[in-house]
Design a protein around this ligand. Structure first.
Ligand code: TNX
Length: 584
């Protein structure tokens, strides 16, 4: 990489003073040049193998959609008037995701150390291309078509751009040289599809957003009290019963009313495979989460034997709902929750049938998700049922466990054993530290940084995802402009976030693999609001996770964000402009 860089530097007459393009995240090294390169109908894209050909195809599709310009993809290398993709494994790059991008007078070269690097080089190139001259906005956008329920969201949608009616014959790119690689190995975003369900088409769009920000982990929260969202062939009731609820609270607090409609959805196994493959094509690993033993009302509604007390009714909300009326009329004691919060009815750790169930679920997860991590939740599991459950108490006695926290630790360890035996690694929220960490588990630290710090000290890998400032369900405006959960997480706090806590020495700091922002969707009921909550905070996150620490510069980011707003608009995405109100 270094040698190549030197040769390239000598070959290019750099001015140094030219204005740097507004890239997000900021690359490690950017040397602006003089002059431009114009992509014209005679420009070709060179890709010498199949995988580089896929990236070349993405570029040619993009250029066709935005500018109406059809570029040929060729295998034969060519120096002039070409955009060349080349993955070379012998670069000795500082990171496997490294790439180098040169725009010179005669063409563009993108070289990655791995295919991921080449893909990231493409993402940077796309940011260098000028905004397309769209002819007219589409009258009805996909996001507008998405139902926005009254009282839930005041989010305005952007008009979706349409391809130009005329071909633009010169797409001008500034000359420059970039050498780039990420600071952190784990760069994640989460999406809760349980509280509200989002169709595959939008999940793919969400994955596109991650890719454009050079993020590489998509944490898919597939189950919770309010809905089970993944088909498990061995347990069909999960999607027949667990994926549906009647009514959802429509105000801020329980008791403010229900919309009383049947609500839900799930992904078939074919759809799951489609999403995983789509993400893999964008160098994104999908981490499935099945949240247990708490947050599992939807599973319990499907198979009441999973509860310590199968006959006891689910806590009925303090207001009458269509769902609870129907459950009672059908003689069903359990129901999928219609309110949000934490529920006492958790999975029983005393009965072997619970573990048989979970092992069956894990086996299907492992078959569907080829990547390393399987997330088993572990958060917010009240122990009141376990305290009065004879099976749980017998288990504690037999295993010599001194309290219910140790019983939870036993529960998680037993799942981990099954996961590890299938060659995978278990992840969990920081509560899995209580009562003793499972031997190989990776911790997601959400209750501040405490959990991550503790995990790192115990030489366990950890991902930082502290509620402040990385919960994107929290408000980014001083005054709520739509219904949100849990306080104020403005853009500048996200931008200022430092994933490595100062209290860790360098040996322990190595265990902090990166960070992630979470989007819980209690009050996010449609795709437009998802976009509104993540943008522009996700752009700030990408710079925290990718760019060198020293490169972080808030005024510069704010300036570049104006260009980024144009990109959101190009994507047809909603976003918040709240940062104009911020200090500094
Ligand atoms: C806590 S974070 C939860 C979620 C909620 C979220 C709301 C975590 C592991 N559990 O169930 O959706 O707060 O911000």
């Amino acid at each position: 990489m270094k040698k190549l860089l030197l040769i390239a530097l000598l070959a290019l007459p750099f001015a140094g003073s030219a204005q740097a393009p507004a890239l997000i995240p900021q690359p490690v090294q950017l040397q602006p040049g003089k002059g431009t390169f114009a992509i014209t109908p005679s420009t070709v894209i060179v890709a010498r193998d199949v995988e580089d050909g896929r990236v070349a195809g993405m570029l040619s599709d993009y250029v066709k959609d935005r500018y109406g310009l059809a570029l040929a993809i060729v295998r034969q290398d060519r120096a002039d008037n070409a955009i060349r993709f080349n993955t070379r494994r012998f670069m000795k790059a500082p990171d496997k995701d490294a790439y180098y991008l040169q725009v010179a007078a005669n063409g563009i070269a993108i070289e990655g150390d791995t295919y991921a690097g080449t893909f990231y080089g493409l993402q940077t190139l796309l940011q260098l291309l000028p905004p397309a001259a769209f002819t007219k906005p589409a009258s009805v956008s996909d996001t507008l078509k998405a139902k926005v329920k009254p009282g839930k969201s005041k989010v305005k949608t952007q008009a979706r751009p349409v391809p130009p009616a005329v071909t633009i014959t010169r797409v001008v790119v500034p000359q420059l040289l970039i050498q780039d690689y990420p600071r952190f190995k784990y760069r994640g975003m989460h999406l809760d599809v349980s509280r509200h369900f989002f169709p595959v088409s939008f999940v793919k769009k969400y994955i596109d957003y991650l890719a454009a920000h050079k993020l590489n982990y998509f944490h898919w929260h597939l189950s919770d009290d309010q809905g089970w969202r993944i088909e498990i062939k061995k347990f069909p009731e999960l999607v027949n019963t667990g994926s549906w609820r009647h009514g959802t609270i429509v105000g801020r607090y329980p008791g403010t009313g229900s919309d009383n409609r049947r609500y839900g959805g799930y992904y078939t196994q074919d759809e799951i495979r489609e999403v995983v493959q789509y993400a893999a094509g964008r160098h994104i690993s999908v981490i499935p989460e099945i949240d247990v033993p708490g947050h599992s009302s939807a599973a319990i509604a499907s198979y009441p034997y999973l509860s310590c007390f199968p006959e006891e009714p689910t806590v009925i909300p303090s207001w009458p709902s269509e769902g609870s009326r129907r459950a009672q009329a059908a003689g069903r004691p359990k129901q999928v929750q219609e309110t949000f919060g934490v529920f006492n009815d958790i999975m029983c750790a005393g009965k072997d049938s619970t573990f048989l169930f979970m092992e069956g679920v894990i086996d299907e997860l492992v078959a569907l998700f080829p990547e390393k991590y399987v997330h088993m939740g572990g958060d917010e599991a009240p122990k009141s049922n376990w305290k009065r459950c004879p099976h749980c108490q017998a288990r504690m006695k037999a295993e010599g466990l001194k309290d219910e926290h140790e019983l939870q630790s036993y529960f998680m360890r037993r799942l981990e054993k099954h996961i590890n035996a299938r060659g995978r690694t278990m992840m969990g929220w920081d509560e899995i530290l209580e009562g003793g960490l499972a031997p190989n588990a990776v911790v997601m630290s959400w209750q501040g940084e405490r959990g991550g710090i503790e995990a790192a000290k115990q030489q366990h890998y950890a991902v930082m995802t502290p509620g402040k400032p990385l919960y994107f369900d929290h408000s980014q405006t001083r005054t709520d402009d739509s219904l949100v959960w849990g306080g104020f997480n403005p853009l500048d706090s996200v931008y200022a976030y430092e994933p490595i806590p100062a209290v860790l020495d360098s040996a322990a700091a190595r265990y902090i693999v990166g960070a992630q922002a979470n989007l819980w969707t209690e009050y996010v009921s449609n795709p437009a609001k998802v976009e509104y909550m993540i943008f522009p905070r996700m752009s700030a996150l990408s710079e925290v996770l990718w760019s060198p620490k020293e490169a972080r510069n808030w005024p510069s980011f704010r300036n570049r964000l104006l260009t980024q707003f144009g990109r959101y608009a190009q994507w047809g995405a909603s976003y918040s402009k709240a940062f104009y109100d911020l200090r500094g």
